[in-house]
Design a protein around this ligand. Sequence first.
Ligand code: UD1
Length: 435
Amino acid sequence: MACLEIAGGRPLYGELTVQGSKNAALPILAACILGDGPCRIENCPRIQDVEDTVSILKMLGCRVERTGQTVSVDASRMEKDSIDGPEAIRIRSSVLFLGALLGRMGKATLPHPGGCAIGSRPIDLHLKALQKLGVRFDMQENAHSDAHNLTAGVFHGKICARADHLHGGSVTLAMPSVGATENAILAAVCADGVTVIHRAAMEPEVEELCDFLRARGARISREEDRSIRIHGVKTLSPVRHRLRADRIVAGSYLLAAASCGGCVCIRNLPSGQLDALYAVLRGMGVVIDADGTVRADLPLKAAEEVVTAPYPGFPTDLQSPLMAALCTAGGESRIRETVFENRFLTAVQLRNMGARIEIKGETARIEGVARLHGAAVNAPDLRGGAALVQAALAAAGRTTIYGYEYIARGYEDICRDYRALGAEIHLMENNSSEG
Ligand code: UD1
């Protein structure tokens, strides 16, 4: 097991170019199987979730090559319509191959992605959306033909999907699920006729998937009422796409600058994507320049109440990093998590570092302390792990963070990035330092 060793207590100063977006890379790589290739995805981060997606593409018979930060995917010789194995279970986004495989092959078999630390994460909205496009499901093993489980989305077996005639349809999502929106798009782009997805997710990564597909010849438009309209096309052409910067990685680095004090600028941040974070940071007394540079003097001010919400609301993925920053703000702050039901696991670890946090239902109450102290802590999940790194950078003394594997799912090289900002942080693998 690898862990991080961090000596905290220094402000962060410097500029960074952040890696390409994980949450855009995953659906776009799945979308490469629609039509023949090769598609070239540039600025593709070297993270575990991308490596697992590449393994799935190879399992399906795609030719995949990585040269530096570019991944080429050629699906011309793809013949399989079923995925299996540890990669498919490890990453929840393997569920995006459902829509992509249906669009390409008219059928798909894959394991149910299951729940994870942050919540039960059902896929009922994905299934209901695809049913509107003519897809039939047969849930095998544990709960075949159990209509209740299908509706509740709590099934944990194998999903077998088939569409004899994939056609357009009107889909209304009960909530703007990112994954369900992407799955419906992937199935609809080459379906027969027009699909409209009402209450679709508006996250920048959904827009980037649409941009990628439009460049390949898909006909997709965003309507004023948040819906997405798709006119099915016969084929998609190969294309070259450069992934935009990862707004969540960028946001966590900006929050680290707020926690530690200092000044950090992300050079390649697409404008407008972090406005909800900027509003909260400004309220905490952080100065933000027009180019997105953040400058923080400690102590920060508390935040009365921050509520996570679908885009353009405050991102749930930055909730743990924000909590880490508020641990040492002057006064009491509250965070309400409305997207996932179990996303306060980081609080337990932060308490080990001296934080005062009380959780009641979907609300965390954080009473600022003068300083956190180093401790041995466990990353509970990807974003929680990143939040602990941030807390450790600001804390007095040394912190060891176990569970680096979670962080590696989404951060290409968190040590490299923080060292560029002047931090002392080392990866220890098998009891030896990375050097
Ligand atoms: C994506 C992001 C993840 C982010 C999340 C919310 C990727 C790869 N992951 O995850 O980083 O935290 O959006 O911004 O892009 N839900 C249902 N039924 C469904 C689908 C979702 O009840 O069929 C619920 C979920 O349990 C959750 C909420 O809807 O409570 C939002 O989930 P969703 O937007 O689907 O998240 P993901 O696409 O899994």
